[in-house]
Design a protein around this ligand. Structure first.
Ligand code: ADP
Length: 322
């Protein structure tokens, strides 16, 4: 392997820059030339490859977002679009590609690896933590900590007024962000897509919390919950009652920000592991970390069998929120 390229795709996640830096520097240490691709698959189709040496990735380790840029590319979903991308990799003499992204990006990476001769390795980069083959995805730790900081502020005002608060966090189809935010933030309830929400049961539980002497109540709602978003859940729970409640949607503030130590270290480990996987000729795999060990998982397994929020943590949440 003499030349590799690296791109970031789909939703940005803190720690992506740390991983890009690690890819470029691990490649450099192995005598491999790196190219950075601007704006994900869209940039690859346009041939936006730029050589990157070890100095080109200076000063980005601590930055949130992705300095390479990212984009959604409908064209990459087509065979014709991917053929165009493969043509540019071929023209640059690139024989290995590292893709940082979530499940959508990995579907694309999988197709590219099947259709071309380039070796493709994925690094899990999404705040949703919804991929199989790694305990945590890049960006999840930072996003939970950001949500926590905001939830702590909401708790101050909820406690002062003795109020019921509904807080919506991101996570798409996954409840990891909501569960971890609720567990670490002392939430009263965590509503996650993995467990059907019964509004009547929730209403009784909230009333019981106040009856137990709690001054305030925090209900953390995953954006993908089956009962709807926080506004809808709040309206249904409090319908016909005189309860004074407030709703906050944390939204995109959860995405950005400087990566935590965990996301920086994970970025370093997985960036280096991706280069090793490319040199080993491991095509169509994602590198991840399971219980401290670096592991390789077929891309298709990574996106198709996503790890649901663990039952034991959901029941722990129930036991502790009393
Ligand atoms: P994420 O990787 O964060 O899940 P998206 O779902 O938006 O983000 O996917 C990022 C990009 O991956 C899309 O813009 C598209 O170019 C490509 N992609 C997504 N799904 C597929 C697919 N089924 N086949 C090929 N490419 C895909």
């Amino acid at each position: 392997m003499e030349r590799i390229a690296v791109l970031t795709s789909g939703g940005d996640a803190p720690g992506m820059n740390a991983a890009v830096r690690a890819v470029v520097r691990a490649a450099d240490a192995a005598g491999i030339v790196s190219y950075g691709v601007r704006n994900g698959y869209a940039g690859l189709i346009e041939g936006r490859l730029e050589p990157m040496d070890a100095r080109a990735v200076s000063g980005i380790l601590h930055l949130g977002g992705t300095t390479l840029g990212t984009a959604r590319s409908p064209r990459f979903r087509t065979t014709e679009g991917r053929a165009e991308a493969l043509k540019h990799l071929d023209l640059a003499g690139v024989d290995g590609l590292v893709v940082l992204g979530g499940d959508g990006s990995f579907r694309g990476a999988d197709a590219l690896s099947r259709e071309g001769s380039v070796t493709v390795v994925g690094i899990p980069g999404t705040i949703d933590n919804d991929l199989s083959g790694t305990d945590f995805t890049l960006g999840f730790d930072t996003a939970v900590n950001t949500a926590l900081e905001l939830i702590d502020r909401i708790r101050d005002t909820a406690a002062s007024h003795g109020r019921l608060f509904f807080v919506e966090v991101m996570g798409r189809r996954s409840g990891w962000l909501a569960l971890y935010s609720a567990l670490a933030g002392g939430g009263t309830e965590a509503l996650v897509p993995e467990r059907p929400t019964d509004i009547d049961v929730l209403r009784v539980r909230v009333q019981r919390s106040f009856a137990l002497g709690k001054r305030f109540c925090l209900v953390i709602v995953a954006e993908g919950d089956d009962a709807g978003g926080a506004y809808e859940v709040a309206a249904r729970v409090c319908e016909g009652t005189a309860v004074d409640y407030r709703v906050t949607t944390l939204g995109h503030v959860q995405r950005g920000g400087s990566p935590t130590m965990r996301d920086r270290v994970l970025g370093a480990v997985l960036g280096d592991a991706a280069v090793t996987a490319l040199r080993d000729g491991a095509d169509g795999v994602m590198v991840g970390q399971l219980r401290g060990d670096v592991v390789r998982t077929p891309l298709e397994t990574a996106w198709s069998r996503f790890d649901r929020t663990p039952e034991d943590l959901l029941s722990l949440m129930d036991r502790l929120s009393r």
